[in-house]
Design a protein around this ligand. Structure first.
Ligand code: ADP
Length: 270
């Protein structure tokens, strides 16, 4: 169904108006398509763990099991319930950000302590994969923002770097400042991402290898959440990767002068 308004003379005033309306219609249609795709993808992602939960519970009810078998079933149930919980949190965060309703406290956030805290919270995962986290955080600067949201950004990026790294490799985390910006770089020495995938990794639910990723545990939302938060902080996020040579993610955020610390933190929507 073509909803476009026909333009008899594109040069008169009515023609210009019709063109403007046509462009608006196109944008609205794109937005609706995007929302439909998001809803379909989200439903699909929710159905998978639910189907696993249901089949595990049904087969446990059908025949009696040994103690070990029950333990194994319960482990699957806990894993899938955790996956569902994380997914629900991620979907909620994205929809709040989309609606501009993610009202959080804005304050001066020192970037180095945030990076070190995130690295610490991921040290168990790193140990389990024998990945060495090397942090060189010398930026000694603050940005205006929300520390929980910014932690989430660096958590997603560093977690990816660890998850997609080979056993025994290193992940480097660096922060630096220039005149106006704080730059954070996270570099890994994993398999890297092929160019045709690299342009799409910030899309919601996009995964390079969905079957492999399910084992690693990703939903394909981590980088899109990171991008949404960084953008709402006035920053940028870029990814560079070479197959076989690893991946580097660079986050750039506008620097703030720490000497003008606000007396009362502002409540704001970012
Ligand atoms: P996920 O939760 O699946 O990790 P992300 O949005 O964080 O989702 O990442 C999207 C996809 O990009 C991942 O599924 C993975 O295929 C790829 N990816 C992200 N970071 C890296 C990395 N450091 N090395 C290799 N591949 C990566």
């Amino acid at each position: 169904l073509d909803r476009r308004i026909e333009v008899s003379n594109p040069h008169d005033e009515l023609g210009h108006l019709a063109e403007t309306l046509n462009r608006l219609i196109e944008r609205l249609e794109d937005a609706v398509t995007e929302i439909r795709r998001f809803t379909a993808d989200a439903s699909h992602e929710l159905r998978t763990p639910l189907a696993i939960l249901r089949s595990e519970a049904e087969s446990a009810l059908r025949k009696s099991r040994s103690e070990e078998e029950y333990q194994a079933t319960l482990r699957v149930v806990v894993d899938e319930a955790t996956r569902l919980g994380t997914l629900a949190d991620q979907l909620l965060l994205l929809s709040r950000q989309d609606a501009g309703l993610d009202a959080v406290l804005i304050d001066m956030v020192e970037i180095d302590p945030v990076l070190l805290d995130v690295a610490e919270s991921l040290s168990l995962l790193a140990d389990s994969r024998q990945v060495i986290l090397q942090a060189q955080c010398n930026c000694n600067a603050a940005v205006a923002g929300n520390d929980i949201r910014l932690s989430q950004v660096f958590f997603n990026i560093i977690e990816n770097a660890i998850k997609y790294s080979p056993l025994g490799s290193t992940v480097e985390i660096e922060s630096e400042i220039n005149e106006e910006h704080v730059r954070v770089m996270v570099r890994d020495h994993g398999a890297g991402i092929a160019p045709q995938h690299l342009t799409r990794v910030f899309e919601r639910f996009y995964r390079v290898d969905p079957s492999r990723n399910r084992a690693i545990g990703g939903s394909g939302l981590g980088l899109s959440i990171a991008k949404s938060i960084v953008t709402s902080h006035g920053g940028t996020i870029e990814i560079e990767s070479e197959e076989g040579n690893g991946t580097q993610v660079v986050v750039t955020l506008p620097k703030r002068d720490t000497s003008i610390r606000p007396e009362v933190p502002l409540k704001n929507a970012i």
